[in-house]
Design a protein around this ligand. Sequence first.
Ligand SMILES: Nc1nc2c(ncn2[C@@H]2O[C@H](COP(=O)(O)OP(=O)(O)OP(=O)(O)O)[C@@H](O)[C@H]2O)c(=O)[nH]1
Ligand SMILES: [Mg+2]
Length: 186
Amino acid sequence: MVCGATLPQSAVRPHSAPLYTYRFNLLFLGDEGVGKTSLIKQLVYGRVEGVEGFERNVEKTFELGEVSLTLAISEEAYEVSSIGESYDLAVVVFDLSTRNTFPKTLRYTRIIKEMKPSPPLIIVGNKKDLFPRAVSYSEALKTAAELGADYVETSANTGEGVKKLRIKIFKRLISLKIERLKGMTQ
Ligand SMILES: Nc1nc2c(ncn2[C@@H]2O[C@H](COP(=O)(O)OP(=O)(O)OP(=O)(O)O)[C@@H](O)[C@H]2O)c(=O)[nH]1
Ligand SMILES: [Mg+2]
């Protein structure tokens, strides 16, 4: 570089600043008491206890190398009967220790599909720390596959599986972004 020359301001990127910033809306649905709020707290704050003021909506930015991913997370009331289109990824939660919460994932998926025929979807079997289980891994995995969803098991209480869920969410959202970019260039 010629001595004294300066780069235009737009070309100077602070060393740690992300190159790409994306924002996505996430919706958590599921039967009463399956652990939606607890899971969101684990995902966002890394703990359940001592988190005050969570009111069904929370926003958190994750820095992943050159990508900055902001998740705007909303929890739907369990008696929800319809939802809008303004979400990018739906997370349907059931309780692995309470059988009747599992078939209800079909009900929530139906509500989601009313607005988007092939929605990005993750199904979560929560309360993995409780015994006995009421739903086997293979049964849940099969149902999730039939619904075109990813499947993860977690315990919002102990934190088990929450990192895996976070990674699945990131992967789903980044592939969604790539699909949208492809759509724009076709
Ligand atoms: N053992 C165990 N208990 C859990 C787990 N996740 C949540 N709970 C408990 O289940 C109860 C309900 O948890 P919430 O997180 O409030 O569930 P929710 O789905 O948000 O409930 P609603 O919003 O009322 O539908 C609380 O007593 C939690 O401590 C878990 O992974 N294991
Ligand atoms: Mg809740």
